[in-house]
Design a protein around this ligand. Structure first.
Ligand SMILES: [Zn+2]
Length: 403
């Protein structure tokens, strides 16, 4: 990110945005000092990330747990055929493109799931959360933890030709849990997997979210749209309804007024003077497997063979015939070890610096990430996915991981 005292490389880069009176030069300065967290870098997330980078938001942090496949290219605007051929993690491929689009901002890419354990760190230094996720559990987690810190959640969802969007602001509106209930299950909901999706519907919702985020981040908060907007681009219809106020009895949004007053100040002063070097270091740590012995409690230690190291916690990924299985907390996967181990067990193995893919004789594929996640492709059955992990990975040496 460019320091305030440094001259920009292209002084007119943002000229059309600063000529837009509601943003102006002062709004642009605020954007350049702001940080935004984009969770999920699929169709919505990639478009949101591009909008934020081109607008000059100073720190764009992208989190995604998946990698680029050919079926993404129809709508995920930051990716190309080469990314799919290399099976690059979406966060990594997106960061490469974003740095080509705008070399004056900082891009912080994380190949991770968002969990209770890391959501606090991911929100550190952020002024807004943009929703590019595909599931209610992640959205509820981000809404809750953001609200507790005075950080708004810009919700977006798309399926088929339909989309919806809402700006949930601590102290001003209800939180996501008050709007959709606390159920984390997406079963029964239409998804890209069941009814498909067209790219213009994605771009429409991303535009709605990005415009609201620009208002918030440039300090023009009075301009925020206070409605839940939904519509259908194919059978053209748009509906708008007022967002409810914070609920008195809700421990998330009812108590968010104080957090909003603490954290939601209009001049982004919380992030002024943010240590850019620290942010870079933490990005590297996200990919770093340590060879040191770490003092951890729990049944598995670094270098110890995997026996019962799989957490029962699994997630069926939207839009994919895929189940995600997670290793026990603090346990990573050594990709070099995994590559040799799986090849020796009859799998067809390919790899890049970020993941190992193994086609098993049974027909399913395992995709292993260093942060201890395994995508089992070709099934939607969590029990079968966990059994396959057990059958193929038991005995392999685990790696401790820095989190
Ligand atoms: Zn609430």
């Amino acid at each position: 990110m460019r320091k305030p005292e440094e001259q920009p490389r292209w002084p007119d880069r943002y000229s059309r945005q600063t000529r837009f009176a509601p943003i102006g030069e002062s709004g642009q300065r605020r954007l350049e000092q702001a940080g935004v967290l984009i969770v999920g870098c699929g169709a919505l997330g990639a478009s949101l990330a591009q909008h934020m980078a081109r607008a000059g938001v100073g720190l764009v942090r992208i989190v995604d747990r998946d990698y680029v496949e050919p079926s993404n290219l129809q709508r995920q605007v930051l990716f190309d055929e080469q990314d799919a051929l290399e099976s690059l993690p979406k966060a990594v491929a997106a960061a490469r493109k974003l740095r080509l689009i705008n070399g004056e901002i900082e891009v912080d890419a994380r190949v991770q799931d968002v969990t209770n354990a890391n959501v606090g760190e991911l929100l550190e230094g952020m002024d807004a959360v943009l929703d590019g996720t595909d599931n209610a559990a992640a959205r509820l987690l981000l809404s809750e933890h953001g609200f507790r810190r005075g950080i708004p959640f810009f919700y977006g969802g798309v399926a088929g030709s339909q989309g919806m969007s809402a700006s949930l602001v601590p102290g001003a509106t209800a939180c996501l849990r008050c709007l959709i209930g606390g159920g984390e299950s997406d079963s029964g909901a239409d998804t890209c997997d069941t009814i498909g999706v067209i790219a213009p519907a994605v771009e429409w919702v991303a535009a709605l979210q990005a415009a609201e985020a620009l208002k918030w981040l440039s300090g023009r908060r009075e301009a925020l749209r206070r409605t839940w907007l939904s519509g259908d681009l194919w059978h053209f219809r748009v509906r708008e309804s007022a967002l409810p106020s914070p609920a008195q009895g809700c421990d998330i949004c009812g108590g968010a007024q104080a957090a909003a007053e603490r954290g939601g100040d209009a001049d982004n002063s919380r992030i002024r003077g943010r240590n850019a070097k620290g942010a870079r270091d933490s990005r590297q740590a996200a990919f770093h497997l340590t060879s040191l012995s770490l003092n951890r409690s729990g049944p598995l230690a670094e270098g110890e063979p995997v026996h019962h190291g799989f957490r029962a916690q699994t997630a069926v990924l939207c839009g994919r015939d895929t189940v995600q299985v997670t290793m026990e907390e603090g346990i990573g996967l050594d990709l070099g070890e995994a590559e040799q181990w799986l090849a020796a067990r009859g799998c067809e193995v390919t790899s890049n610096p970020y993941l190992v893919k193994a086609a098993m004789p049974e027909g399913e594929k395992l995709v292993l990430f260093p942060d201890g996640r395994i995508l089992v492709q070709g099934t939607q059955d969590p029990a079968r996915a966990t059994a396959l992990c057990g059958a193929y990975l038991t005995g392999m040496r685990a790696a401790a991981i820095l989190r």
